[in-house]
Design a protein around this ligand. Structure first.
Ligand SMILES: Nc1ncnc2c1ncn2[C@@H]1O[C@H](COP(=O)(O)OP(=O)(O)OP(=O)(O)O)[C@@H](O)[C@H]1O
Length: 346
């Protein structure tokens, strides 16, 4: 559905050119919810804006729904952009128009008749849960309701792709969850391809199928969300994931364990972090090794969660046992597909 090849974006700057995008290749399939995450200045906005040609890249090609945007005339580009809806962090609603009229705007601009507009807008207001608010003005709405108007407006021209530029960044966590659930429903019901850029891993966790991590204008990691969460390869990914899955042991917990072991030393003790995802989360991972290898396992820190309906978690444990027992337990976990890393020597 979306194909980016060799995208470079250079902006002029007071201290010389700024290279915002440095060779991006990305393929997003029809019907996917695809997340792009990165820190401030990583190049997220520059990237998402090349997908509707609001940013013309310095180099590279963008193909959306079979059309190479760089090859189109202005009229063809206007036509192609109807396939690409967009929602924004600050909603971009017109204050002087009601909810209904904001959603109707793109259709008015396309010279639709009032009857046709009504037939399109009313079901959209229903879809986003705002039928009762149709005559209100943006100033009379909450942030979440404003974003629902933004979503309905973006869907008015029946796009194939919806781009979301930090659409939940200005919302509280609960409203964020409800907007993301709405986007997921729309993706399922309408088969819409959704590309969302965000700096929040929570957003990726709740809604994306695949994620690309962008850093310094390059994609440093890309894959299915569950895979990237369980085996992050790049330091930037790890630190972004820390928000939703602890990647290390809090200093205070580590200090407590070290103090305990100083009082009663144990040469077999190892501090391990286990990461499990999907089917592994349903197995008796701990009790099995405890029984089989006669291990002592203290759970020190961790979290069990769900990503895309699959169990996913990380547990930090202190493992102790007879000579070789901990190593055998580690081997068994690894064989079962559980990620095991040694946190530090204690
Ligand atoms: N129009 C512009 N002119 C000059 N430099 C720009 C322009 N737009 C972006 N940049 C620079 O390009 C780099 C990438 O910016 P971009 O807005 O794409 O990042 P971002 O990841 O979306 O950041 P944020 O999350 O803070 O919005 C930054 O160094 C930024 O300062």
């Amino acid at each position: 559905m979306i194909d980016l090849e060799g995208i470079y974006q250079t902006y002029p700057g007071p201290q010389g050119p700024v290279e915002a995008l440095r060779g991006i290749d990305l393929r997003i399939a029809a019907g996917e919810v695809f997340g792009i995450i990165g820190r401030s200045g990583a190049g997220k906005s520059s990237l998402v804006r090349t997908i509707n040609w609001l940013n013309r890249p310095s180099q590279g090609t963008v193909t959306v729904a079979g059309r190479s945007l760089g090859d189109l005339s202005d009229a063809q580009l206007r036509e192609a952009r109807r396939d690409i809806g967009m929602i924004f962090q600050h909603f971009n609603l017109l204050a002087s128009r009601t909810v209904y009229d904001n959603v109707a705007l793109p259709l008015e601009l396309a010279h639709w008749s009032a009857d046709r507009i009504r037939a399109r807008v009313e079901p959209l207001l229903e879809l986003v849960g705002l039928s009762a608010f149709r005559d209100r003005y943006p100033a009379q709405l909450s942030g979440g309701q404003k974003q629902r108007v933004g979503i309905a407006r973006a869907l008015a021209s029946q796009p194939k792709v919806l781009l979301s530029d930090e659409a939940t960044s200005a919302l509280d966590p609960e409203t964020t969850r409800s907007i993301l659930a709405l986007l997921r429903d729309i993706n399922r019901e309408l088969g819409l391809t959704i590309v969302l850029i965000t700096h929040q891993m929570q957003v990726i966790k709740q809604v994306a199928d695949r994620v690309a991590v962008i850093d310094g204008g390059r994609i440093v990691e890309c894959g299915p969300v569950l895979e990237v969460f369980s085996r992050p390869q790049h330091a930037t990914t790890r630190s972004l994931i820390e928000d939703v899955v602890p990647q290390s042991l809090p200093e205070a917990v580590l200090a407590r364990v070290q103090a305990q072991l100083q009082q009663s030393p144990d040469a077999s003790a190892r501090l391990l972090r286990l990461v499990f995802a999907g089917a592994q989360g349903e197995q008796a991972l701990l009790s099995d090794v405890i029984r089989r290898f006669n291990l002592d396992l203290n759970i020190l820190h961790g979290q069990v969660d769900e990503v895309q309906g699959q169990p996913f978690g990380s547990l930090s444990v202190l493992a102790r046992g007879d000579a070789g027992a901990v190593a055998q337990a580690v081997a068994q976990w690894r064989q079962a597909g559980v990620g095991v890393e040694e946190l530090s020597h204690v």
